[in-house]
Design a protein around this ligand. Sequence first.
Ligand SMILES: [Ca+2]
Ligand SMILES: [Ca+2]
Ligand SMILES: [Ca+2]
Length: 219
Amino acid sequence: MHKVPKIMVGASLALALAASGTAQAGTFATITIDDAYTDWAGIPVVDSDALDNPGFVDFADTQIANDANFLYIRNTYWGPKSLGTFMGIDIDNDFDTGFNIFGLNLIGQDAGWQNDFPFTSGDNIFNDGFGMSGDFFGSGAGLLAPFADTTTREMAISLDVLLNEDNSALFPDNTIRILFWTDQAAGDVTGVINYTLAVPEPASLALIGLGGLAMLRRR
Ligand SMILES: [Ca+2]
Ligand SMILES: [Ca+2]
Ligand SMILES: [Ca+2]
C-alpha cells in the first residue's frame, strides 16, 4: 500500500505545475550499462529534483537518452540510497488509466519497474500481474548497474517490449511519459518527464549528399 504523506502532496504538486507541459527533446546515444558514466557526458539533465527525502531514496538529477533499440536512464541521488526506486511509464498519457501514483494526478502508471523488476498496473491496481515480454531476460526487465544502493546508476529498457495483457507495444509512439518515485520515508517524486525518442542526427546523410553533389560537379 502506498500512503500519501500530506507534506509530499504540496511539494509534488508544485513540482508538477512547474514541469507540466515541458517536453524534452530526446538525445540519440548508445550507453553501456557498466556503472561508469563518461558515456553520459553532454546528455542533458531532463529533471532536477530537490533534496527533500534525506536519508532515503532522494532523487536529484535524471538524464535520459535512446538509440534505435533501447531507452537509457541515469538517476543520481542526494545520498547513497537508490534501491527502492520506482520508474513508472504512462503509455496513454492518462492518469485515469493505470495506477495514479500517490493519487497526485501526475501519471497513471501503466507499466513500472521496481529497480530493474518489471510489472504492469491496471486501473487502481498497483500490479495487475500481466507483466511484459522481451528484453531484458524475456520479461521486459531493466538492465541495471549497479544493483546496490548508490549515488548514481544507469539502466536500459528495450524499446521492443510488449505488454502481455494484449500484446501491445510498451512504447507505441515516440513520446514517453515517465515519473520516478519512491515510497520510502516521506516519499519522493520527480517531475513528470515527457521524453521524445530521438532519431539519429542526419549529419552523416548530409555528408553523403554533399559528397554526391561534389561528384556531380566534377562531371
Ligand atoms: Ca555507462
Ligand atoms: Ca528529491
Ligand atoms: Ca495511463
